[in-house]
Design a protein around this ligand. Structure first.
Ligand code: SF4
Length: 200
């Protein structure tokens, strides 16, 4: 697979805008004509270039499902401007399904939720809370459960070091490295109910 990471796009037609083709050579001259008639391409059209011109491109993976389609992520000035299928990938050969093709909206969508909804015990309504609050809350609840339920020895006196009141369920958006870190974290806590979606 070609490594496109951090490549800069000059244009979609290999570095030439339509105007670049004009000067020099019989081929260039013929391209400006239809038969013997002068080309109808306007000056404006000849100056057109790809909207990705000057963009940086990095290889990534669609975050949605276990197919693991490869994507090209284009950015300019630190902002993602386009995401499309990677033609070098043997998995998707440049294609993305409608869901994968909308990945751009994961980043550039003002309607994307950035806060969590929390319903307190015995409450009848949801409350909005910051993501950092949720992370602290999860960490505190795991510590609480581990302090309370950690089993060092089983009934036969065998050392088991396990925690059965916490489980971890992986999702499709996790890659191998993230799954590795999650398993490492939870095994160190003694968690035995672990699963992840085998992916990429
Ligand atoms: S593009 Fe579609 S099929 Fe491919 S990984 Fe994403 S969601 Fe799955």
């Amino acid at each position: 697979m070609t490594d496109r990471t951090d490549r800069t796009i000059t244009s979609r037609n290999g570095g030439q805008s339509m105007g670049d083709r004009a000067p020099g050579g019989l081929g260039a001259l013929l391209r400006q004509h239809i038969g013997f008639a002068p080309s109808p391409i306007s000056d404006r059209s000849q100056r057109l270039a790809s909207r990705l011109q000057g963009a940086q491109v990095a290889t990534s993976v669609c975050p949605y499902c276990a197919v693991g389609c490869s994507q090209l992520v284009y950015s300019r000035d630190g902002k993602v401007i386009d995401i499309e299928g990677n033609p070098d990938s043997p998995i998707n050969a440049g294609h993305l399904c409608p869901k994968g093709a909308s990945t751009y909206q994961l980043i550039n969508n003002p309607n994307r939720p950035t806060r969590v909804l929390y319903r307190a015990p015995r409450s009848d309504h949801w409350e909005e809370r910051p993501l950092d609050w949720a992370m602290d809350r999860i960490a505190a609840r795991i510590k609480e459960a581990r302090d309370q339920d950690f089993v060092m020895h089983n009934d036969d006196g065998v050392r088991v070091n396990r925690l059965e009141s916490v489980a971890s369920i992986g999702g499709a958006t996790l890659d191998n490295e993230e799954n590795y870190l999650m398993l490492k974290l939870f095994r160190n806590l003694g968690v035995v109910y672990l699963t992840n979606q085998a992916r990429i």
